[in-house]
Design a protein around this ligand. Structure first.
Ligand SMILES: Cc1cc2nc3c(=O)[nH]c(=O)nc-3n(C[C@H](O)[C@H](O)[C@H](O)COP(=O)(O)OP(=O)(O)OC[C@H]3O[C@@H](n4cnc5c(N)ncnc54)[C@H](O)[C@@H]3O)c2cc1C
Length: 398
């Protein structure tokens, strides 16, 4: 039976960030499990990291600090992905066939440990065509600093901006952006959000998955939380996968059937639709926000999103959502476009729109990391680090 200190259920933004933070902490073995559905919230997300959102121009709490943390985290991930996994497993504990003897000890290297993913390619090879290697130096970029253009929809937004620009928004915005009137209708103007970015979600998730798999730390599997987990005195067993672990952290995103152990968590999820558009002749490199957003996706492709709807949570693209996006798009985009893809998924929002980290009160080997809401790319690194500090140092999760 294979043993890991931590099993992470779910390889979305939450589970991926948690696995990397455990890797960076370097003292424990971990295994990420995912059932690999074709569409998940993380896989369709545009990965935008935006300081100021909504009609009332609300600045995200602790934005500057979270942005710094996220950028540093993704740069470190990029470094790891660019180098490929270490051939000598010197930093983190590998999977072992026996417990490593507690949280503070790492297991011995064990090349003989079983693995079902040996067919995965090493992370340095393959990959999607729009992954960027910067500067010819061979480093992979999954996170991009990207200025964002916010267009005013009405005078009220202008007034709010004027009131906040030199205080709350200082260092985050610039006035009087260049706007090409042949391409974009913006009679009231707008402002630039300078400290902003975009995570290439597909590249980040795919490359991370390959990296974890190459390190024997990833497995494609569906876990039935109700029947597959055995909580024992000496750890958690998952007989169906021949696994044993010190703890299991659920990073499952939104579920129609709540996780049995954390069933009381008050989800207030929101389904969202995203379009992929071809806009020939449009050369905008900024993300444009005006009720919706329009983000460059390489060549003449752009992604346009996103809607919020509260039922049903079926993850199916809706005609009404597409109509809403196109109506709002036409309010500022002057060029013709073609819709070439339409997807939907459910954002895991928890009441009060804050991520939720918890260990189960009666089964402290079971943990929960969820509720990244609409800001998974920004928040996942910070909150994953918090869990790791809790695991190693016993610091609070609250
Ligand atoms: C339309 C839309 C646009 C968005 N745009 C942005 C954006 O621009 N910027 C941003 O930061 N955020 C955006 N988000 C929000 C972002 O997608 C979420 O914050 C984030 O994806 C949540 O990540 P997660 O890991 O919690 O959940 P998920 O992405 O849902 O991942 C959960 C994973 O757990 C796996 N899983 C669940 N149960 C099991 C099981 N029993 N066994 C095995 N595997 C299991 C699933 O397969 C899945 O891969 C958007 C969301 C939507 C819907």
């Amino acid at each position: 039976m294979r043993y890991f200190d931590t099993i992470i259920v779910g390889q979305g933004f939450a589970g991926t960030a948690l696995a990397w933070q455990l890797e960076f902490a370097g003292r424990q073995s971990y295994l990420v499990i995912d059932r690999e559905p074709p569409v998940t919230a993380s896989r369709i997300a545009a990965g935008l990291i935006t300081p100021i959102t909504g009609q009332r121009l609300v600045k995200t709490e602790h934005y500057e600090e979270r942005f710094r943390e996220a950028e540093a985290f993704y740069r470190r991930v990029e470094d790891e992905l660019s180098e490929g996994p270490p051939t000598r497993r010197s930093r983190s504990a590998p999977p072992t066939t026996s417990p490593s003897g507690g949280d503070e000890k790492s297991g011995a290297d064990n090349e003989a440990s079983s693995n079902t993913n040996r067919t995965h390619l090493p992370p340095g090879g393959g990959g999607r065509s729009n992954e960027v290697r910067a500067g010819g130096g061979g480093s992979l970029r999954v996170f991009h600093r990207r200025p964002m253009l916010r267009l005013f929809q009405n005078e009220r937004e202008q007034q709010i901006f004027e009131a906040k620009q030199h205080a709350e928004f200082a260092g985050l915005v610039e006035e009087h952006p260049h706007i090409d009137p042949a391409e974009i209708a913006a009679p009231l103007g707008g402002f630039t959000m300078t400290t902003a970015g975009q995570l290439d979600a597909q590249a980040y998730l795919n490359r991370s998955r390959s990296w974890f798999a190459y390190r024997n730390s990833y497995e494609a599997a569906e876990l039935d939380v109700e029947t597959d987990l055995l909580i024992c005195d000496d750890g958690i067993r998952i007989p169906k996968l021949d696994l044993r672990a010190n703890r299991v952290i659920f990073c499952q995103g939104f579920l129609n059937q709540p996780n049995l152990y954390f069933a009381e968590v008050p989800f207030q999820a929101a389904q969202g639709d995203i379009l992929t558009l071809r806009i020939p002749g449009f050369h905008e490199h900024r993300v444009i926000h005006r009720g919706i957003w329009l983000a460059p996706a390489g060549d003449d492709l752009y992604r346009c999103g996103s809607t919020y709807s509260w039922e049903p949570f079926d993850g199916l693209p809706s005609a009404a959502a597409r109509a809403e996006l196109e109506r709002k798009l036409k309010e500022f985009l002057k060029l013709p476009y073609e819709v070439i893809d339409h997807r939907a998924a459910v954002r895991p929002i928890i009441r009060e729109s804050r991520p939720r980290l918890a260990m189960h009160p009666r089964h402290p080997r079971l943990g929960f990391f969820n509720g990244l809401g609409s800001k998974g790319a920004l928040l996942a690194p910070h909150f994953a680090a918090m869990i790791v500090r809790h695991v190693f140092n016993g610091t609070s999760l609250g």
